[in-house]
Design a protein around this ligand. Structure first.
Ligand SMILES: *Cc1c(COP(=O)(O)O)cnc(C)c1O
Length: 371
């Protein structure tokens, strides 16, 4: 059989999955490791799935260097459900703070208001979400139950390159981060984070799995209205099997964790190596955009996302032609989010450098031959 060359997929999510992972899953589709069953057909309480879950959790702990006093929970409902689940579990009836840097954090505040008193301590909306307000200007609420931020805004293309140190800002509140769209793209500084959540479908695997990493002392304070299946305490006590977990999504994410653990480059290993690759990929595209008079990205250089790169064409009437030409060359799903317009290239871990090189070559050609 001749190996097929797959197109480069720039989708923001559900997004590209490493080809090695897809091939392994395809090979084991009908019979996982001699069990006679597909992973989709197994009891979640059986020995086989038990092994899959335990390895996925252990591999993720190693990959993200999650300290032992943090629990890893495999949940469902996506990032949007966590916008409710987090205040239900962590607000304790108090005030919760938000930094608004784009469409996702905006959604998070709105949902939290249904369960808690939510306070926006800083917002980049006036500037069109092109920068991150300096942490020194944040008006933190005294005694807030937590501070929430979206560490990578998938739609607006804004990323916190370093997480704020709330203690240094005089706050004891735990930091909650929505890391849906850059989880496992770089190491996490857990000393600054109380809880991190993310949907798997951007950078870890298929839709249906939500990852929650939470410091143990933050568990066990759910409001009475919190649904049992979303109470972190019950989920933790039952090793993410309070109810049937998304077994297939956990399996594929587990293969991705292993694929990532296997990556090394130069002296750096694991996520440091992955981060260096992601920086190099993003730099290639940003440098090209900045050097061109036809394409623009308006995000401040200090907080440009390495994962999601929105850009505009100088002549918007040519958007459809740009997308059609890209598709012909095997460059898929480059259309921007409807609230921002233009284009967006998502360069998750599964996107090789060669894919970004192919995109840049096409962008150069499109600019030259049709300008
Ligand atoms: C995609 C995304 C979400 C929403 O995830 P769902 O799985 O659709 O609920 C939330 N936050 C961020 C940063 C995202 O990129």
């Amino acid at each position: 059989m001749t190996p097929t060359v797959r197109p480069y997929n720039f989708s923001a999510g559900p997004a590209a999955i490493p080809e090695d992972v897809l091939r392994e899953a395809a090979r084991d589709m009908l019979d996982w490791h001699g069990s006679g069953m597909s992973v989709m057909e197994m009891s979640h309480r059986g020995k086989e799935f038990g092994e899959i879950l335990a390895s996925a959790e252990a591999d993720l702990r190693r990959l993200l260097s999650v300290p032992s006093h943090y629990r890893i929970l495999f949940m469902q409902g996506g990032g949007l459900a966590e916008n409710a689940i987090v205040p239900l579990n962590l607000s304790r009836g108090g005030t919760v703070d938000f930094v608004v840097t784009g469409g996702w954090s905006q959604k998070s505040v709105k949902e939290a208001r249904r369960y808690a008193t939510a306070n926006v301590v800083a917002s980049a909306e006036d500037g069109g979400f092109t920068s991150i307000p300096d942490a020194g200007t944040w008006k933190l609420s005294p005694g807030a139950s937590y501070l929430h931020l979206c560490s990578n805004e998938t739609i607006h293309g804004v990323e916190f390159h370093t997480l704020p140190d709330l203690k240094a800002l005089g706050s004891d509140a735990p930091l909650v981060i929505d890391f849906s769209s850059h989880v496992a793209s770089r190491p996490v500084d857990w000393s600054r984070v109380g809880l991190a959540f993310g949907g798997a479908q951007k950078n870890l695997g298929p839709a249906g799995l939500t990852l929650v990493v939470v410091r143990e002392d933050l568990i066990g304070h759910a409001l009475p209205a919190c649904p049992s299946a979303f109470d972190y305490k019950l989920v933790a006590e039952n090793q993410s099997m309070y109810n049937t977990p998304p077994t297939w999504a956990i399996y594929i994410a587990g293969l991705t964790f292993r694929w990532l653990l296997g990556q090394t480059e130069g002296a750096a290993k694991g996520l440091e190596a992955v981060e260096q690759r992601n920086i190099a990929k993003a730099k290639l595209l940003y440098d090209f955009i900045d050097g061109s008079s036809f394409y623009t990205n308006r995000i401040d250089a200090s907080c440009r996302s390495r994962m999601n790169i929105p850009f505009l064409l100088a002549d918007e009437s040519r958007n459809d032609a740009f997308l059609a030409g890209a598709r012909e060359r095997g460059l898929l799903q480059l259309k921007g989010h409807k609230s921002v317009g233009g284009m967006r290239a998502s360069l998750y871990n599964a996107m090789p450098l060669a894919g970004v090189q192919a995109l840049v070559a096409y962008m150069r050609e499109f600019e030259q031959t049709r300008a």
